[in-house]
Design a binder for this molecule. Sequence first.
Ligand code: ZN
Length: 319
Amino acid sequence: MSYTGPEFDSPAPRRPRRGAMTVAVAALVPGALLGWLVYEAVGDTGGPGSGRTEAKAPSTIQSSPSPASPASPASPSSASPTSTGNKPAPAATDAGSLKGKVVVIDPGHNPRNFQHSTEINQKVDIGTNWKECDTTGTATNAGYTEAEFTLDVARRLRTILQEQGATVKLTQNGDRTYGPCIDERARIGNEAKADAVVSIHADGVGSGNRGFHVILPASVHAGAADTRPIVAPSRELGERIAGSFVRATGSGPANYVGGGTGLVTRKDLGGLNLSTVPKVFIECGNMRDSKDAALLISGAWRQKAAQGISDGIVSFLRG
Ligand code: ZN
């Protein structure tokens, strides 16, 4: 059965443009040059995405014309030695440095959504149109669900951010029977007056499609949706997360959307349309590709993913 619902269907595959040296290159390249090099290095050895069976093609998809930005100097990843001897740790690990900052983490879907199809299929108003309350999400071929993945990464991310002094709120923590609905997910970030919101996902497209992408809100103004004030800061947040995610995980930008930038802009996602605070989604990898799945099921890799997302958020919050 298909686990993927309309809210998180991915855009249609674009013809990959470039090759697949991204991981090796990205792992070697620090800070400022990273985005450009990722953009230049991603190649066309990836499959054309012909195996995709679930994705439909929202006409609203735009690949970003610009490469992932040169994010500010990388925060040390958890794997990096950050201090020697008795010297104090560098600023990125200073406790309390994010004091006063509020981050909302939205673990996509819910492990029990599949038991509540009636409830999650009810439509909610996302301003531009009506969408299902929530969807079940995808899964690996072996049955590791996206909802389990998103919750685990979210909890790891929360821990990292709290250690740096941020106030962190999850939209759900495995403590609800379903949902929340996508409009409520947005509202939680808005009411928290979050400085940044990240919705965690993994994609479910055909084998051979690999890599991560960050989804940015398009400018929409319809009904209750008005993203105009958050488009620019959300792009900044997304670009920083894309850069730090490459550095922390070694994963490359998606080879099937985004033109090698790891960035995609969409206006069909209620969780973005209804946000009044800077917000992005991240699709951390493709659960239906065996190589990506091997990463996604690894706790060690999920820790790197959380670190990468955290580094991007921290960089954004520090300006
Ligand atoms: Zn999802």
